[in-house]
Design a protein around this ligand. Structure first.
Ligand SMILES: Nc1nc2c(ncn2[C@@H]2O[C@H](COP(=O)(O)OP(=O)(O)OP(=O)(O)O)[C@@H](O)[C@H]2O)c(=O)[nH]1
Ligand SMILES: [Mg+2]
Length: 199
């Protein structure tokens, strides 16, 4: 990756266990991902889980982006707080075929945005899975506008990029006219978005 003088934009990728956070960061990162997956000690339906963070980066239209993936397990919730500090936006990943995990997704969303208010997009993975909830239904569950929800496949770069683009548009909209707009300056302040506590 070319290093740029422009301050990177920090985005946080969160969501329940198995939603696809590590996959998402790996799919988009231009460099090998810094990853903290360990063998699971509990039955969570897969062999490895993130215990600290995923870190990946890439450049989009000359703008360096830093992606920080969180653990999904709530016993690591202190990492949700640490990683979300200074982030300009949140992508909440939710597996569309795991409705049992939606309450956990909602509590992660509340946990992060109540401590560090920031624009967020909900990206619904596993749309290829039979019976998966689509974006509209998920928007209803989370009580957010349908424009805040996008269906993705975290294994696919174009699809994952679509979620990042969607979040960047939301961040840009929420900061336009703001002198601290990260898109028009090199400052790296936390965005005080006008996102209302709709969750
Ligand atoms: N079929 C399908 N599989 C997906 C999709 N997105 C991600 N996956 C798979 O789902 C699994 C997600 O695993 P991880 O990326 O480790 O999930 P995670 O959110 O990082 O989980 P924790 O770190 O344990 O919280 C991987 O096996 C992915 O290949 C999708 O859209 N469709
Ligand atoms: Mg992970």
């Amino acid at each position: 990756m070319k290093h740029s003088a422009v301050t990177p934009l920090k985005l946080i990728i969160s969501g329940p266990v198995g939603a696809g956070k590590t996959t998402f960061v790996s799919t988009l990162s231009e460099d090998p991902v810094v990853n903290s997956d360990e063998q699971t000690t509990e039955e969570i339906g897969k062999t490895h889980t993130t215990v600290a963070l995923d870190f990946g980066r890439f450049v989009l239209q000359g703008r360096p982006l830093h992606l920080f993936g969180t653990p999904g397990q709530s016993r690591f919730d202190f990492m949700w707080e640490i990683l979300s500090e200074g982030a300009l936006g949140l992508l909440l990943l939710v597996a569309g075929d795991r409705p049992a995990d939606f309450p956990q997704a909602l509590s992660i969303l509340r946990f992060i945005t109540s401590r560090n208010p920031m624009p967020f997009i909900i990206a619904v993975t596993r749309q290829d899975s039979k019976g998966a909830w689509g974006p509209e239904k998920i928007a209803g569950y989370f009580a957010v506008p349908t424009t805040r929800v996008i269906g993705i496949d975290a294994r696919n770069a174009q699809s994952s990029l679509g979620a990042v683009t969607c979040l960047l548009s939301l961040i840009e909209g929420s900061t336009s006219g703001n002198s601290r707009n990260p898109f028009h300056s090199t400052s790296h302040s936390t965005s005080n978005s006008n996102v209302k506590e709709s969750t």
